[in-house]
Design a protein around this ligand. Structure first.
Ligand code: FES
Length: 163
């Protein structure tokens, strides 16, 4: 199931214009502008990156290469609940791949996608440093350890959708 393209508002683009205007004369402003743009849109859609390139008078290639280089930047919409399954070695050998697959099956999305209702997004990630809890995943700031395929439904049930 593909992620539905979000519709952006005039207000969001006005806020982006203000951010760009405030940063135009600042040397090395690009990363700060990208961070603020991500706060406005929830991620960095191509339309925003083009506007940033034009506004800061930078080549679009420079904006794209910066936004794709840093892991803090999201190039696709993320859900209210951002699921990251650790695919580091310790987690992988304990079944993280099957667990990731099970999240995909239950949510009807692939890694890198977001559910159409924007509630859940699913990604794999590198070791998050709690290998003793393998296999591990995070949902926003919550860490869930020793989670196997059969535990996935129970984890998702802790993040209910609004009625
Ligand atoms: S390999 Fe998963 S937390 Fe380290």
């Amino acid at each position: 199931m593909a992620t539905k393209a979000p519709v952006f508002t005039t207000e969001q683009f006005e806020r982006l214009s203000d951010i760009i205007d405030r940063s135009k004369e600042v040397k090395g402003a690009l990363i700060g502008v990208l961070q603020q743009a991500q706060e406005v849109f929830g991620y960095l859609p191509p339309e925003a990156q083009v506007k940033i390139a034009q506004g800061l008078d930078l080549p679009i290639e420079q904006v794209y290469s910066t936004s794709t280089f840093y892991s803090q930047f999201f190039l696709a919409p993320k859900g209210k609940y951002r699921i990251n399954v650790c695919m580091g070695t310790a987690c992988y050998v304990k079944g993280a791949g099957a667990m990731l697959d099970q999240f995909g099956i239950q949510l009807g999305i692939k890694p890198g996608e977001c559910t159409p209702d924007m509630m859940f997004s699913l990604d794999g990630c590198r070791c998050i440093g709690v290998c003793g809890l393998a296999p591990v995943l995070t949902i926003n700031e919550d860490v869930h350890g020793k989670i196997y395929s059969e535990d996935v439904a129970g984890v998702l049930a802790q993040y209910p959708k609004p009625e």
